[in-house]
Ligand binder design. Sequence first.
Ligand code: CA
Length: 693
Amino acid sequence: MRLRIISSLLCGIAFSAITHAVTVVDGKALADDTQGANWLSYGRTYSEQRYSPLRQVTADNVSKLALDWFLDLPAHKSLLATPLVVDGVMYFTGSYSIVIALDLKTQKVLWTYDPQVIEAAGDRGRVIWDSNRGVAYWKGKVYVATGDGRLNAVDAKSGTEIWSTMTVDPAKPYFINGAPRAFNDKIIIGNGGTEWGPLRGYVTAYDAATGKQIWRFYTVPGNPAAGFEDETQAMAAKTWTGEWWKHGGGGTVWNGLTYDPAFNRIYLGTGNGSPWNRKIRSPGGGDNLFLCAIVALDADTGKYLWHYQTVPGESWDYNSNMDMVLADLKIDGKPVKALLHAPKNGFFYVIDRATGKLISADKLINVTWATHVDLKTGRPVEAPNARYETGETLINPSALGVHNWHAMSFNPQTGLTYIPIMDIPAIFTDKGFNLVKWESPSFQFDPGVDLMREDVPLKLDASALIAWDAVKKKKVWEVKLPGVWNPGTLTTAGNLVFEGRADGMLVGYRADTGKEVWKFNTGVGLSAPPISYSVDGKQYLAILTGWGGAGVSMAGSITAQHGWGYRVHPRRLLIFSLEGGAVLPPSPPPQMAKPLIKDDFKVDPLVAEQGSHLFLKNCVTCHGGGAVSGGYAPDLRSSPIPLFLDGLREIVVGGVRKKAGMPAFRELTDSDLVALQHYIRRQANKSIETAKR
Ligand code: CA
């Protein structure tokens, strides 16, 4: 009996060796930029270049690229993940950190792993978007971070949970929507949430096999009275003033994490201050390390090595959480192991990874918060009034940033970096704020700056795809894009760049010139970046289609303009090849919200004004700036529910729709709800009047 089992096992091994090699996803595999069949990590490999070396699909034959097959994903809302591909199996996250494993040959779902985020989060759901940007893979296990703050390991073959570790204090408004990274038998993850409470940012590395914590690094110092963890924290504390720890400080690492195999380091892209307004957080000024910075740590110990701060003393949510791409460049005739970074603040940074020294920092567009970066000191030179010292200040960019988390890619053949950018100015002010008495919120949105009670976008059509030469420090080409919140890019050895658009088009460009060479209408706004992989030697392009992320949920008219109404348009995974022949079912056309008119509802301006504050603190996160929904949640101006107090109370206070993702706000009183009713009607009337003009 035993002999028979062994011999059949041996046969199985021999058979699989003939049919396909089994990839051990370890440090060697993740460092190999030359293999193109698999997509092993969020940014494909350790370099985070999102460059596929596959060259079957080229700029010359891409016109034949067509839909090969698709998978409907009706249970999901936001889809913005980068799928991984390991030996013909795809792993991706949908809404609420649900992981799906898909056999790319048979097109069958192998397993679905649901970490039950809504149930686990409970009332904390108010700060937890359903968005998740993807998984990590290491030696046969898939790792997913959940919206409510767990890091879970799942068996890649069966989808069975192996371990689960809570990485945050559930009493605080931390959430996770970023992808973990794997290196050296460790899994690293950060978190987000600085706009909802007094959070102190950190990252934690866990043992990949057991989930045991190996090291943790705090990105901002804690209360000096409690003693600093180490000399790095003591050093950072010298750049803070006042009682910053009462406000948490911020600096959460919610997106950018890059492992560098050349130096065995981890780079963190750190977040904004908590709150954004430095006058509250650190009233005596100071750089506030390590907010809005790239921090290099020893990957084995988590010990601090160097940092470069893009926004000293940040006051605008100009976080540096965006991707950090590793690239070998030749600068002034010398080879440089470079780190490329395009944070929210609108500059493109080239940093020498060996030393942490800034090589160049150049404006991608005409940002106005700083005139330039002084290369001697490495510091930005701020424009007068950038810190809204004299009341309202109009500056570029807005808190959405010039570049947000939407992936950028680097093509070693063209030497160009492909970056989705936005060009949206905003008014910042803290007029009327009691800066001394301001208190950190608890599970409510309050960044210590006035914004988003009104829906007054200054520009609606101001975004582009930019190809940037990091060596020559200049833009090589630019394609204007419709609307804003266009997602990330992929580039390939076939001289191609692919990027989805907010208007639902997936577009291919020549990587060298930016000429549009291919286009496909997906029928829904895109928020995910495409990937490329091969199965049995054939190259495919894949993308998740679905509208989501913080911009969609909060930005009002800026993202509502595309008409991707709540639960109107289908969510899918699309797979393309040169031999594709599948046809996508028609998608409903874009649908703009139609605010309800209720003539017998007399809006009391004072009550509506109270409602505007309550809306900003509690509702804006999902229902949109100025009560204009970008499609992430129902548009409350068009919904009948806010017209009736009893129904509104059942949902908002009673939580009867929590399974659909609407958490309970138990502390809201009837007079709060009435104030919200007046505000929502005010906003509805306003939009109807605007439309008449
Ligand atoms: Ca932020």
